[in-house]
Write a protein that binds this ligand. Structure first.
Ligand code: SAM
Length: 287
């Protein structure tokens, strides 16, 4: 009998992947966690009926959420990662010898444990000695932190369920405070294409521009996310992601990537007109 995983991306759109088998399934205190193996996309992590990653296309998401800020400020040493329990973002960060400390805060220990066991290629660097895993709500963790981090990466679920607090004005304000004078905040910024996702994207942008002098949005093509067109927010106190990019410095590091490169870095901030219009509704600062 054929087995398919089907995600309802909107009320009118479904996305299906043929599966070989379900490798893991459990209900945690926060969410339903499932891992499937599939012939086309490798292993697939699903939380609350939403695809979080596949081992075939996760390199796109993890490289783009990491290397864009790291190439903008190669001096980043102290990083806070919120969410990201699969370990993929941390894995990309550990490729920088210059990073001294990575605090990773995920609300759900069961996601981390499942990924370590069933997605070891993604989670392998969670044991790097520079990585400190905290099991906590990211919203609570950043309250009271001041002037500490060079970079905060928000690699969260969507703004429903446990991830909701990570899309609030309170959270973005606390991230601003938790960053030092040159700090950068990068967040997964949803998609501009389907209505519910674009609403979340516009709301997030509107809240972030209240705090940061430089707010940009960049894009990537991620085949298994709704519409395949995904955005990331780049908010910064000092560095402009394109004007301050030193391409030569990043290329001299010799980091071997599959998606990110410094030409793409400059190009990914050039957004389609309909996306720019949506962001301008949220006071888009096109400086
Ligand atoms: N790349 C993914 C995406 O955009 O679909 C996100 C993947 S990552 C697995 C998301 C993680 O965020 C999950 O492990 C989840 O437990 C964690 N998370 C959700 N809400 C959180 C919160 N309030 N604080 C910390 N972590 C949270």
């Amino acid at each position: 009998m054929e087995m398919w995983y089907t995600e309802e991306q909107t009320q009118n759109v479904r996305f299906s992947i043929r599966c070989d088998k379900q490798k893991y399934s459990a209900q945690s205190e926060f969410q339903r966690i499932e891992i499937f193996s599939t012939p086309e996309f490798g292993d697939v992590l699903v939380l609350d009926d939403r695809i979080m990653l596949t081992t075939k296309d996760s390199f796109i998401y993890h490289e783009m959420i990491t290397h864009v800020p790291m190439a903008t400020n190669p001096g980043i040493k102290n990083v806070l990662v919120i969410g990201a329990g699969d370990g993929g973002t941390v894995k990309e960060l550990t490729r920088y010898k210059t990073i001294e400390n990575i605090d990773m805060v995920d609300i759900d220990r069961m996601v981390i444990d499942a990924c370590k066991e069933y997605l070891p290629s993604v989670a392998s660097k969670l044991s790097d000695p520079r990585v400190h895993v905290h099991i906590d709500d990211g919203l609570r963790f950043v309250r009271g932190v001041e002037n500490k981090y060079d970079l905060i990466i928000v690699d969260s679920t969507d703004p429903i369920g446990p991830g909701e607090g990570l899309f609030t004005t309170e959270f973005y304000g606390n991230c601003f405070k938790a960053l030092n004078d040159t700090g950068i905040l990068v967040n997964q910024h949803e998609s501009p294409y389907y209505k519910t996702y674009s609403r979340a994207m516009r709301q997030a942008h509107r809240k972030i521009v209240e705090f940061f002098p430089i707010c940009k949005v960049y894009q990537a093509h991620i085949p298994t996310y709704p519409s395949g067109h995904w955005l990331f927010g780049f908010a910064s106190k000092k560095y402009h992601p394109v004007h301050d990019l030193d391409e030569g410095a990043w290329n001299r590091l010799g980091i071997d990537t599959e998606y990110y490169n410094t030409r793409l870095h400059k190009g990914c901030f050039a957004l389609p007109t309909y996306v720019t219009k949506q962001l301008m509704e949220g006071e888009y600062h096109n400086n």
